[in-house]
Design a protein around this ligand. Structure first.
Ligand code: PMP
Length: 408
């Protein structure tokens, strides 16, 4: 790769934080899988909300409440269209991916019976493991794990063997936050439905790297976090098929999720409000809508294919380094690279990179079972967004070589 294209430079200029200096060096932000940076539009929207709109929503007759309610519900519509859902009732605002999975585990889990099986995979984030362990324990369900191959791809032959009439739900990540593997979710969903099993897709790492259409995918649930798609923290989305959400009991009780309360009996609000107890993260929802508008304003096809080229370039340069092990070499892979160099602890390299202005992540990435599979304690992970540049990859590689020369 030669130089960063002008359209990427233009996009980048909309993210003020990227001009930051760290220890006097230009910030190189390669921790996008943990959270993405925010464009000016999103930052300004948060400020304008608190400056001229702040109020509580849904229950107010006054002007500010009506404006805020309208903006919050408009954001829901925007998100609904953006992910290809047919109804607003299918878009539940949550705190994030973790919250969405916990909601489904607790609520859909209540409908399951002893002996029913849930499938997850060996590459799941802890937030797509622990909620299932909790409900499995409570309801005597069986939690089974689809194994992976050494290159970080799912073992689809094992998946076929594990899938049966007993399988009630498959909860699986679209893209692994540690390996970058893109899982064949279309095939998984199709096969699951033959057995009547429902499928939850953890879209935490896919929503910001490609088009998602839940209707085309035909998934039963799809969850993601706002902060990984250029929006704020503390907001996320659970998409669920309407009939399924209708059949599920409420997750939390409180204001907004009720129709009528007496001490003898409470009736519940309609979807999506049945699952949204209490005052929500109002500006979170609105600003997530702004982040989606930002995405819609750019040429995402071009941006996403640039991201892929950036990953290929980074991997090509990393492979030239002695004793480099790249963890996760699936054919279908995107946006991030995990690696170790010899026996050096990832934390030591990460600390030296930080001193050179480079933000990468080190550790187990909330995937300890995956670390056990690879028999390692952690990795270094560089994860990219379309605002990263080729020059930043060069700075990163040079800084990595400098760090290694100090540690070897
Ligand atoms: N699943 C995956 C694949 C993730 O990468 C993450 C975040 N690292 C999560 C779930 C949890 O997301 P959050 O912390 O935003 O709830």
């Amino acid at each position: 790769m030669n130089q960063t294209p002008d359209y990427i430079k233009e996009l980048r200029s909309q993210f003020p934080i990227l001009k930051t200096k760290v220890y006097g060096k230009d910030l190189v932000y390669f921790d996008n899988a943990a959270t993405t940076q925010k464009p000016l539009q999103v930052i300004e929207r948060i400020q304008s909300y608190y400056t001229s709109e702040n109020s509580n929503i849904h229950r107010g007759v006054h002007h500010l409440s009506q404006v805020a309610t309208q903006d919050y519900e408009d954001a829901r519509k925007l998100i609904q269209k953006h992910i290809g859902s047919n109804k607003e009732s299918e878009i539940i605002f949550t705190k994030g991916t973790t919250d969405g999975i916990n909601l489904v585990a607790s609520s859909y889990g209540e409908l399951l019976k002893e002996g029913d099986e849930i499938l997850i995979s060996a590459m799941e984030h802890h937030s797509n493991i622990v909620p299932w362990q909790l409900i499995a324990q409570k309801k005597n369900l069986s939690l089974k794990v689809i194994p992976i191959h050494e290159n970080g791809e799912l073992n689809m032959a094992s998946f076929d063997e594990l899938l049966s009439e007993k399988t009630k739900l498959i909860s699986i990540t679209h893209i692994s936050n540690t390996l970058g593997t893109i899982n064949p979710i279309k095939e998984i969903i199709k096969k699951a439905h033959i057995f009547g099993a429902k499928v939850l897709i953890d879209g935490a790492q896919s929503i910001q790297h490609g088009e998602i259409n839940v209707s085309e995918l035909d998934c039963d649930f799809f969850v993601f976090s706002g902060h990984k798609i250029f929006g704020p923290t503390g907001i996320g989305v659970l998409y669920g098929k309407e009939a399924l959400l209708e059949s599920m009991p409420p997750y939390q009780g409180g204001g907004d999720m009720i129709k009528r309360v007496s001490f003898d009996h409470t009736s519940f609000n309609e979807l999506p409000f049945k699952f949204e107890a209490g005052t929500p993260n109002i500006i979170g929802g609105i600003a997530l809508g702004t982040a989606i508008k930002f995405l819609k304003s750019i040429d995402t096809e071009q941006a996403f294919s640039y991201e892929k080229a950036l990953l290929n370039y980074a991997e090509q340069e990393l492979k030239k380094i002695d004793e480099m092990t790249i963890i996760g070499t699936a054919t279908e892979k995107t946006s991030l690279v995990s690696f170790n160099v010899g026996q050096i602890h990832p934390f030591d390299i990460g600390t030296l990179l930080d001193k050179q202005g480079i933000a990468v992540r080190t550790g187990h990435h909330c995937t300890q079972p995956l670390m056990d599979f690879f028999k390692i304690s952690g990795t270094l992970r560089a994860s990219f967004a379309f605002y990263n540049t080729i020059e930043e990859v060069d700075v990163f590689i040079a800084a990595l070589k400098r760090s290694l020369s100090l540690l070897k």
